[in-house]
Design a protein around this ligand. Structure first.
Ligand SMILES: Nc1ncnc2c1ncn2[C@@H]1O[C@H](COP(=O)(O)OP(=O)(O)OP(=O)(O)O)[C@@H](O)[C@H]1O
Ligand SMILES: [Mg+2]
Length: 466
């Protein structure tokens, strides 16, 4: 997955806007001319009232005002504008004897003062500096806004303490440019966190988020996929190929399922992480890369038993910062919130009204263990939105911990429990036979026999648009 670079800044520089306030028409005229000749976009106003009517908190330029004016004077104007936007630069033009007062105004946040009379250069220099500062302030605001928007479109939902802490940590780490290892069961949100680390960082502005699934790519392909190659580097390499690592330059490289990275490539990857350079196959070129690497794993790589042939040195290199995503069953208090979110999102997507949540659905939400974690919950919400949930839940009413079991014999209860487990797995994997078989650990034939015996319709678990 590659997201296109988004640029914050327009190609041509923003107009340099200056509001100049003076009650003296001759001075207004002369100063406007000076500023205009320097390429600025000037609005000359005869009094403070007019300035207050015009200026809003996000005004993109700066204000220059005479201090001594009838009605609202320059100092009062500064204070009123400072209220609206404490970062708006206001430059005071002071007459003889106003210096003490102007110094006091600067202490309160006025940008500068210029004592009269002054050469044109003095005015221009101050205004230019103030405009630069203004631009920076507004860019920063825009960035914050974008980060918030990104946060909204990339939710990391959850009110439990553990999720609140995680969100804070992710925001914190986003800009720290440190490599991050994310560990968590399937469906706990590892990719959401990886994306958030990118979206909330300054890297998001310029460059790509490049995801590589180390488990899904065949071993023979993954090397050239990651590192790239020159024509003729190996049989079949007709054209040059830029590797994903280079593609991610200046952006974020997301190495998903890092635990399945072939051993031979782990050494090469370690070198990239340490030296921050990549050498495509078939070249002696060494190209520097500037990356943030985020890796995800479903297993605990610190445990030698789970790590298998994953290299310890690579683990330590990746393990600078590790974020652990708890399984959903360890943050049960978030189930309701997440469910409501997914339900209304699904209803909107299917253009259906948000349905009332039945007691059966509520009970299921409480009782189920969610082995597929948030993903399973999201799929369940989609089935509820489509009115397909009751069937998949049927078995849950007869779970061992359910009162409906009273009176049934043990074999009957085992039968029902089996049906529930099969339905759960089908729901998690949306009817995908291979994944369901793998999750259940039974042969295909046994699976189909059981479907028939329990009267389960596998196809009902497939979702439109999947
Ligand atoms: N905290 C959360 N708030 C909102 N949506 C979430 C959250 N966590 C996960 N999701 C959603 O759940 C689904 C699964 O999340 P994600 O793909 O990040 O899981 P994963 O840990 O990468 O799983 P896998 O190991 O199977 O790849 C996605 O649709 C994601 O948007
Ligand atoms: Mg994932």
């Amino acid at each position: 997955m590659m997201s296109p670079a988004t640029s914050l800044m327009p190609d041509s520089p923003a107009p340099q806007r200056v509001v100049f306030v003076d009650d003296d028409p001759a001075l207004r005229e002369a100063n406007s001319q000076t500023l205009e000749l320097a390429g600025m976009d000037v609005t000359a106003l005869p009094n403070a009232r007019a300035a207050l009517d015009l200026l809003t908190a996000d005004f993109s330029g700066v204000v220059v005002t005479d201090v001594r004016m009838p009605g609202i004077d320059g100092l009062q104007l500064f204070r009123a504008l400072h209220e609206r936007d404490p970062d708006l630069p206001v430059i005071l033009v002071t007459g003889h004897g106003d210096i003490g007062m102007a110094v006091e105004a600067m202490r309160q946040g006025a940008y500068d003062f210029i004592p009269k009379p002054y050469p044109a250069d003095r005015l221009l220099a101050t205004v230019r500096n103030a405009l630069d500062k203004r631009r920076l302030v507004l860019e920063n605001r825009q960035l914050k806004q974008l980060a918030n928007d990104a946060g909204a479109s990339l939710p990391l939902i959850g009110d439990t303490a553990v999720m609140q802490r995680l969100r804070r940590t992710v925001r914190h780490l986003a800009d720290a440019d440190v490599d991050v290892l994310i560990e968590g069961e399937t469906g706990t949100g590892k990719e959401v966190v990886a994306t958030a680390l990118h979206q909330w960082s300054s890297r998001r502005r310029e460059h790509a988020f490049v995801a590589v699934n180390c488990g899904a790519l065949p071993e023979a392909v993954i090397e050239s996929e990651l590192f790239g190659h020159e024509p003729g580097a190996f049989t079949g390499a007709q054209r040059k190929r830029v590797g994903r690592i280079e593609h991610a330059n200046k952006g974020t490289l997301f190495l998903d399922e890092i635990e399945s990275m072939p051993v031979m490539l782990q050494v090469k990857l370690l070198r990239v992480l340490e030296a921050r350079e990549v050498s495509p196959l078939g070249t002696n070129d060494v190209r520097p890369v500037d990356l943030r690497v985020v890796a995800a794993t479903k297993v605990d790589l610190s445990d030698p038993a789970q790590r298998g042939d994953f290299r310890e040195d690579l683990f330590h290199r990746l393990n600078v910062v590790t974020l652990r995503l708890p399984p959903l069953r360890e943050r049960r208090d978030d189930v309701g919130l997440l469910f409501s979110y997914f339900l209304s999102r699904a209803a909107a997507r299917f253009k259906m009204p948000v349905p009332d949540v039945s007691d059966g659905v509520r009970a299921y939400l409480r009782a189920h263990r969610w082995p597929g974690n948030v993903r399973e919950l999201a799929h369940f919400a989609e089935r509820v939105a489509l009115g397909l949930a009751e069937e998949g839940m049927e078995g849950s009413r007869t779970r061992p911990d359910h009162t409906g079991d009273a009176g049934a014999t043990l074999p009957q209860r085992m039968e029902r429990y089996e049906a529930t487990l099969i339905r759960d797995a089908l729901a998690t994997y949306r009817g995908d036979v291979r994944a369901t078989l793998q999750a259940l650990g039974i042969p295909r034939k046994t699976f189909y026999d059981k479907l028939q015996r329990h009267g389960i319709d596998r196809a009902a678990f497939e979702l439109p648009g999947d």
